[in-house]
Design a protein around this ligand. Structure first.
Ligand code: AOS
Ligand code: ZN
Ligand code: ZN
Length: 392
């Protein structure tokens, strides 16, 4: 089946992408955090930036928060502020890696009082989600060890399972838990949730509202991420993405910068799952959170965010152009070269006119990045946002 262009445009129009508050501040490596003039100084300004990105693109209605980076006294007021600017609060990420107490782990710490502190922090984030209308807790754990012998894998695993069960038990029935994995960093010998399989096992033992979150940058080089995505989709357990791109590791570069072909192949799996005949697969596929998780080290944050959104839309557009019936026929015929050619035909097609049509339907500029750069908005930020620079 070749989709007609109108269907492709419809699907691009419906795609919602979440931008993240920490993508609007100065971040970086351990060597130096460079400040960029005009950068958001607090969570209110991060929301202003997210709102401007949504005005320019029409597809980023929510903004993810990280607590306590974005802590405020009155979360209901923050949610109202966001709404007044045309966006909503999206997923909430607890921070279980920046307290001194977490030196030897959070949910897997040998000290029961530290484990309890970590659980209490996630409970606080659930309360933040309730006051802001958010429905997702996006959890990443830095827990791991640096040297063989430093910790006992199975004891740590038991503490992890107990802690997560307690957290899951506290989730209101309309909220879900997205569980991220990462194979190394900040720990360099082992990480307690190192890969998708470990995350999936935990989610399956927790319950249906626990799902795996795939951060594109959290895999060893050469990993077939689209295969992981397909496996999770097939079990209805893919909960979301942290979108970025990488050359080496968790580089957190803007989306599509390094390997747009990989992104296209990932999108193809998502589209196939959305159109699957099994309601378990389609149901979960339609609830997937598409969250950006990038760090702008030397580049302008707004421009980087706009580039990422463009890359996601374009990858979806091209994936929607794949003729799936013809592909299945070629696969059934054992046509190895022909089936690959079908994918390549779609990938080589210029998807930009379709993305432009979607933008016209959304009533936003044909090229949001050009519109932003021509708008003078960056200079206004530089003029108005003087004083304390925000980082993490
Ligand atoms: C860390 O590597 C993960 O990608 C997390 O999602 C993290 O909470 C986020 O990137 C903020 O640093
Ligand atoms: Zn992430
Ligand atoms: Zn990461």
């Amino acid at each position: 089946m070749t989709r007609d262009n109108q269907e492709v445009v419809d699907r691009i129009v419906k795609l919602a992408i979440e931008t993240q508050s920490w993508g609007y501040v100065s971040t970086g490596t351990r060597f130096k955090v460079f400040d960029t003039p005009g950068t958001a100084r607090d969570v209110w300004e991060k929301i202003d930036d997210a709102a401007e990105v949504h005005q320019l693109t029409g597809v980023t209605p929510t903004v993810a928060l990280h607590i306590p980076w974005d802590a405020v006294d009155d979360y209901a007021a923050l949610a109202t502020y966001a709404q007044q600017r045309g966006v909503r609060i999206g997923s909430i990420s607890p921070n279980l890696f920046q307290e001194d107490n977490y030196r030897l782990g959070s949910l897997t710490n040998v000290d029961a009082s530290v484990r309890a502190q970590a659980i209490a922090h996630v409970a606080e984030c659930i309360a933040v989600a309730q006051s802001t209308g958010s429905r997702q807790i996006s959890l990443w754990l830095a827990d791991g060890t640096n040297y063989p012998g430093q910790g006992d894998f199975r004891r740590r695993r038991r503490w992890l399972e107990e802690g997560l069960a307690e957290i899951y038990g506290q989730l209101p029935s309309d909220m879900s838990l997205l569980l991220e994995y990462k194979f190394f960093e900040p720990a360099f010998y082992h990480t307690d949730i190192a890969d998708w399989g470990q995350s999936l096992l935990l989610c399956e033992s927790l319950g249906p509202r626990a799902r795996v979150l795939v951060d594109i940058g959290h895999h060893p080089l050469g990993t077939n991420i689209e295969h992981i995505v397909a496996t999770l989709l097939g079990r209805g357990r893919l909960g979301g993405f942290d979108l970025n791109s990488k050359k080496y590791g968790d580089d957190d570069l803007f989306v599509g910068a390094v390997n747009p072909h990989e992104l296209f192949l990932i999108c193809l799996e998502l589209i196939k799952a959305e159109d699957d005949t099994d309601p378990m697969v389609t149901g979960a596929a339609h609830e997937i959170l598409y969250k950006i998780d990038q760090c702008a080290m030397v580049e302008d944050k707004m421009s980087a965010m706009l580039r990422s959104i463009d890359a996601v839309q374009l990858a979806f557009a091209k994936a929607l152009l794949v003729d799936l019936d013809e592909l299945e026929r070629a696969q059934d015929d054992g046509d190895v070269v022909g089936s690959n050619q079908i994918l390549d035909d779609a990938y080589q097609t210029d998807g930009r006119p379709l993305v432009r049509q979607a933008r016209q339907r959304l009533g936003v500029p044909d090229n949001p990045l050009d519109a932003y750069r021509g708008s003078g908005s960056a200079r206004t930020r530089e003029r108005e946002r003087v004083g304390r620079a925000a980082g993490w």
